[in-house]
Design a protein around this ligand. Structure first.
Ligand code: IOT
Ligand code: MG
Length: 491
């Protein structure tokens, strides 16, 4: 039976730590046993990789002195061999040609160089420490490098992790080559396009449909679940899966405070989906905060509100499954900016596209600690490129947001779904309002709620990432009390 048929088709490596140093504090959040794989070794030099994932096989390819460790997947082969072949031909420039959802480490024993690379959007976060004496350590999770804090030198193409001096996150769309002490060269492999094209509207919709279909086709497998809100983004994904594979499994989550069961059921019925509704309490959604911050290693309070319900929902999906989301469509299409019709949509999109890097909202860690592999077709390289470069007039059109996407999928969905106004997951699950209420009940003034959420997120980050504390050890009530008590008193 093939892996796909058993449903266990998640990529072999879903987290890694690679090091020339002998340390045993691996601390990767991904589920299952850690495997140690030798990437290179001689009398003076070694690179061992510790790989975690739901498959015991690490995704490593070798050829002569070249070794590639791939965390994630690339289209067609899905494996590291394609990366190795391309790297052998093109060197680090290979990464400009590769699309996919991955972080990669390439070791060349011949010249003792290490090349690390992120995908176009950095959807699999990657961190590096290059010590002053020439040691190299790389990890998908910054917390696995905490012991090296203070020992890393500045590196091009990277950004220092807050609170973790010397531990540097590789930027999105970047390939960084490290050799001996002092030798580091960064190359950009993807940049956010700045130009816009005014395509004839129906042709634009056709093009959007075609790129989304292609992305779903390479990412979809049997044993896959689409997380469905009944909004246009996830409904278009579910409809594409259904039309390509003949069936689709969908799941929708609601809380005691709010749900989108009706709109999701409408789509599920239309598509003949195997549909599940998950009901939970909004308190259990907020309780995910320590684990969400530990997994994304980002303290952005808005992104936390989007990811809390997803993290809670992922707990209900069987390990080994792939999860496909509609996450991210709002960023290149400006879908989050409903109430800001006075501002130029184009400006808002430029702002969002210049600030996603490091938010880690697409990180696979959110699912991989449960043995899941997540994919987000709207942030596939070709889809993102097409969506970003369409003129804003194709995005907000005839008084409708995300017009071009709605138009692209209107024949596959109920009219009500095509016309449904945007409702964010943080709103549809009641997460934002519940968290706000918790703070208001503790005496936080309405004007301070957003800033207090930011301080709480940062305090959680300091404990579970910087101090390496287990997320389960964080008592969110206590932490909230401490943060609220420390707030400046207002007249
Ligand atoms: P939203 O677009 O509502 O949700 C993201 C995805 O989560 C959906 O496409 C769907 O796959 C899943 N989902 C949402 N609600 C449910 C539900 N009730 N049950 C099951 N699955 C659900 C925030 C947002 O509005 O989420 N994300 C935005 C923008 C992020 C902003 N980031 C940034 N500027 N860098 C987005 O583009 O998705
Ligand atoms: Mg959406």
């Amino acid at each position: 039976m093939s892996a796909a048929m058993t449903g266990t088709s998640v990529p072999a490596a879903v987290a890694c730590r690679v090091s020339t140093l002998d340390t045993d504090d691996v601390a990767l959040s991904a589920q299952a046993a850690h495997d140690t794989v030798q990437l290179a070794r001689d009398a003076r030099w070694h690179l061992d990789a510790t790989v975690a994932g739901s498959s015991p096989r690490a995704a490593v390819a070798r050829d002569g002195g070249l070794a590639v460790l791939l965390v994630g997947e690339v289209p067609d082969t899905g494996g590291p061999d394609a990366v190795l072949h391309l790297f052998r031909d093109l060197g680090p420039c290979a990464f400009s040609q590769l699309s996919g959802r991955f972080a990669a480490v390439v070791v060349d024993s011949a010249d003792r160089s290490v090349t690390v690379a992120t995908d176009h959007a950095g959807t699999v976060p990657l961190h590096v420490v290059h010590t002053w004496d020439g040691h190299i350590a790389v990890a998908t999770e910054a917390k696995a490098l905490v012991r090296l804090r203070g020992r890393g030198r500045p590196l091009p193409g990277t950004q220092e992790m807050p609170g973790l001096g010397g531990v540097r996150r590789v930027r999105a769309g970047t390939c960084l080559s490290l050799a001996g002490p002092g030798q580091a060269r960064a190359r950009r492999t993807w940049v956010v396009p700045a130009h816009r094209e005014l395509v004839e509207p129906h042709l634009a919709a056709e093009q959007v449909r075609a790129v989304v279909e292609e992305a779903v086709a390479w990412q979809a497998r049997d044993g896959m679940t689409t997380v469905l809100s009944g909004g246009i983004d996830s409904s278009a994904v579910a409809a594409t899966v259904r039309s390509q594979r003949g069936s689709v499994s969908t799941v929708t989550m609601g809380t005691d405070r709010s749900d989108e069961f009706g709109p999701a059921a409408l789509v599920a019925e239309h598509l003949g989906a195997h549909h599940t509704e998950v009901s939970t309490t909004v308190a259990s959604v907020l309780a995910e905060l320590p684990i969400v911050v530990a997994l994304t290693e980002s303290a952005d309070p808005s992104v936390n509100e989007y990811l809390l319900p997803l993290a809670r929902l992922y707990r209900e999906i069987p390990a080994g499954h792939r999860v496909m989301t509609g996450y991210g469509a709002d960023i290149p299409l400006g879908g989050m900016h409903r109430g800001r019709a006075d501002l130029a949509l184009e400006e808002l999109i430029v702002e969002d596209m210049s600030s996603f890097d490091g938010l880690n909202e697409l990180s696979p860690n959110l699912g991989s600690h449960l043995g899941l592999w997540t994919s987000h077709p709207y942030w596939d390289r070709a889809v993102l490129g097409r969506l970003v470069t369409l003129a804003a007039g194709l995005k907000r059109r005839h008084g409708r947001d995300k017009w071009v996407l709605r138009e692209a999928f209107r024949d596959l969905l109920p009219e009500q779904t095509v016309l449904r106004p945007k409702l964010g997951i943080h709103e549809g699950s009641g997460t934002t309002s519940h968290w706000s209420e918790v703070l208001l009940e503790r005496g936080v003034s309405p004007a301070d709620v957003t800033a207090t959420k930011a301080r709480i997120s940062r305090a959680v980050y300091d404990r579970v990432v910087v101090d390496g504390e287990a997320p389960g050890a964080v008592d969110l009530d206590d932490l909230t009390s401490t943060v609220v008590a420390a707030e400046p008193v207002r007249a």
